[in-house]
Design a binder for this molecule. Structure first.
Ligand SMILES: *Cc1c(COP(=O)(O)O)cnc(C)c1O
Length: 366
């Protein structure tokens, strides 16, 4: 028997989520975000399964090349543009589109006028203060790009929301207004919305939406769950019970003995730990599903194992199934119990975890 820790990637759920995205923003093109190994789901399999996306967004050249090697022929956007001139030949050969957010990138394009023209998105910083030109510089940079022979026309116009997921609605509204002002009179497709923007800001759908986390089934809105937006979890993290112990009252469990049995009881050992990407800092009491029933996690998570309170199922045995997140236990819940986000949990599953792919339901067209 091999080690039972595994992720199952449900491609039918993925396609369903893309359909939901399209229903929410029916007039927008979809730039599906598959950076960081498709949020931990496997960039190649995810992009190949998303036949219905219009384009893919990645963080860097290497991720774009991975997609091309896998046979993806749709447009691919490098969301941070180029880092230096050495990347230009490959960017050209693979016809990658670039987000241009820094003056040095404009200069690099101006220094290579004889290149065959590249598609670009001009990124405007409307309040995130991470990447992009200030709104008052936007028109001038736009004109420089218009004059640049290495740039294909029309030029795209893009911004990114900092707080679309929170209740602070004025901030996002301010970003939308600033973007609209800064781009008045400039021709070209527009893109503002990430997942939170798609769900909470219909007025910002514009020409291209950029869904990431919602494609993978998690809610971008804090305190919410993917199911509330009719999304299905794409990653199922599971393992099995690898040992069962009947412990006496007062026994301390795990490293540091941080949890003590309040009575004589059954404790199960699950074959998964932080070395697989399960969060080490999860709270005592966080739910784990053993045979589809919730059991609280007890004691510290170790590298390869964690322990659960089996008082509600004393009949559980070695080999029984354990679900860490997936249908019935949203990754958002585990994130809340470990003071992080679904984004981080999904993205940091490690290499040694086995991967299975599930693709059993035909695409539901309604
Ligand atoms: C990652 C990313 C997205 C997707 O964000 P989600 O919150 O996962 O939907 C959209 N736009 C940009 C620029 C990004 O970097």
């Amino acid at each position: 028997m091999s080690r039972p820790a595994k992720i199952t990637i449900d491609l039918s759920a993925l396609r369903h989520n893309l359909q939901q995205v399209r229903k929410m923003a029916p007039s927008s093109h979809v730039l599906a975000m598959v950076k960081s190994n498709a949020y931990g789901h496997g960039i190649e399999r995810i992009a190949l399964a998303l036949e219905d996306a219009d384009a893919f967004g990645v963080a860097c050249l290497e991720e774009g090349l991975q997609l091309r090697h896998a046979g993806v022929s749709k447009p691919i956007v490098l969301m941070e543009g180029l880092f230096d001139a050495h990347e230009l030949p490959k960017i050209q050969a693979q016809d990658f589109a670039l987000v241009i957010h820094e003056a040095h990138q404009v200069e690099l394009l101006e220094q290579h006028p004889s290149m065959s023209p590249l598609s670009v998105w001009l990124k405007i910083d409307t309040g995130m203060h991470r990447l992009g030109f200030q709104p008052e510089e936007a028109a001038q940079i736009y004109q420089r790009l218009m004059k640049c022979d290495a740039v294909k026309k029309p030029i795209g116009l893009m911004t990114h929301f900092a707080e679309a997921d929170s209740v602070n609605r004025t901030h996002t509204l301010g970003q939308i207004n600033l973007f609209n002002e800064a781009t008045t009179g400039l021709e070209g497709p527009r893109s503002l919305a990430n997942s939170a923007g798609i769900i909470a800001w219909p007025s910002a759908h514009a020409d291209w939406i950029r869904p990431g986390i919602m494609l993978y089934g998690a809610s971008p809105l804090s305190g919410h769950r993917g199911v509330e937006h009719h999304l299905l979890p794409v990653m199922i993290l599971s393992s099995e019970l690898i040992a069962i112990h009947h412990l006496k009252k007062g026994s301390r469990v795990g490293y540091g003995g941080t949890w003590t049995c309040p009575e004589d009881m059954t404790v199960g050992v699950v074959g998964i730990g932080y070395g697989d990407g399960y969060p080490r800092h999860v709270n005592n009491g966080a739910p784990v599903l053993v045979n589809d029933k919730p059991c609280p996690l007890v004691g510290r998570v170790s590298m390869d194992m964690l322990t659960v309170d089996l008082r509600t199922q004393p009949q559980a045995k070695v080999g029984d199934s354990v679900l860490l997140w997936g249908p019935g236990l949203p990754v958002e819940v585990v994130a809340e119990h470990s003071e992080t986000t679904a984004y981080e949990l999904l993205t940091r599953i490690t290499q040694r975890v086995r991967v299975a792919v599930k693709d059993d339901h035909p695409v539901n067209v309604d």
